[in-house]
Design a protein around this ligand. Structure first.
Ligand code: GAR
Length: 212
């Protein structure tokens, strides 16, 4: 059984997609041990509570320095002894010592086709604003392992979504979630839970890929 921690900052629709996929069998072999938020008002914490999943808040604002926060954050995460850390709209920079300790065991969902519209400053609606202002016709979402860079780790899954004429950032964000994020995030977790993803020479390799 793959034990996971899901880290969130906001609404938690990706968390909900994971919970639903575990409930309906799209994700197998997986248990959410804890949901961690940096924001005590995140609706994602409500979603966890509604499903009887332990939720907690740990915020940099409650610590005197970033170093103290990083240490407490890592200690808290370690106490749950998880196999995989899932960043589902988590907007805090992951401490380097956490990346080292959880090498190829942290995954992130990003709402564009990496390497487009990613890196510092591209998060949430800003990604979709960038897409619309450049006028690209196709966007999408990416699940990748987290390394020391911003959105630079090995790519596990991607899914394309069409940009439509007249889209607003909000409309496009919703379409990218519905048609890509809520599909590939559960798929990636299921693949990892069943030992089908490995990292070879810096690339994520899927050893067996059966679409459900
Ligand atoms: C999602 O669109 C996710 O891809 C994005 O934040 C949103 C969280 O929504 N993440 C990033 O931009 C990371 N760079 P949710 O809380 O409803 O799952």
């Amino acid at each position: 059984m793959l034990k996971i921690a899901v880290l969130v900052s906001g609404g938690g629709t990706n968390l909900q997609a994971i919970i639903d996929a575990i409930d309906n069998g799209m994700i197998t072999n997986t248990e959410i041990k804890v949901v961690i938020s940096n924001n005590k008002n995140a609706y994602a914490l409500e979603r966890a509570k509604n499903h009887g999943i332990e939720g907690l808040c740990i915020s940099p604002k409650d610590y005197e320095s970033r170093a103290e926060f990083n240490e407490a954050f890592l200690e808290k995460l370690n106490s749950y002894e998880v196999d995989l850390v899932v960043l589902a709209g988590f907007l805090v920079v992951i401490p380097e010592m956490m990346i080292k300790q959880y090498r190829n065991r942290i995954i992130n969902i990003h709402p564009s086709l990496i390497p487009s519209f990613c890196g510092t400053g591209f998060y949430g609606l800003k990604v979709h604003e960038g897409v619309l202002s450049r006028g690209v016709k196709v966007t999408g979402a990416t699940v990748h392992f987290v390394d020391e860079g911003t959105d630079t780790g090995p790519i596990i899954l991607q899914k394309a979504v069409e940009v439509q004429q007249g889209d607003t950032p909000e409309v496009l964000q919703r379409r990218v979630m519905e048609q890509a994020e809520w599909i590939i995030m559960p798929q990636a977790i299921d693949l990892i839970a069943n030992g089908k993803v490995s990292v070879v020479d810096g690339y994520a390799v899927i050893t067996e890929y059966l679409m459900k």
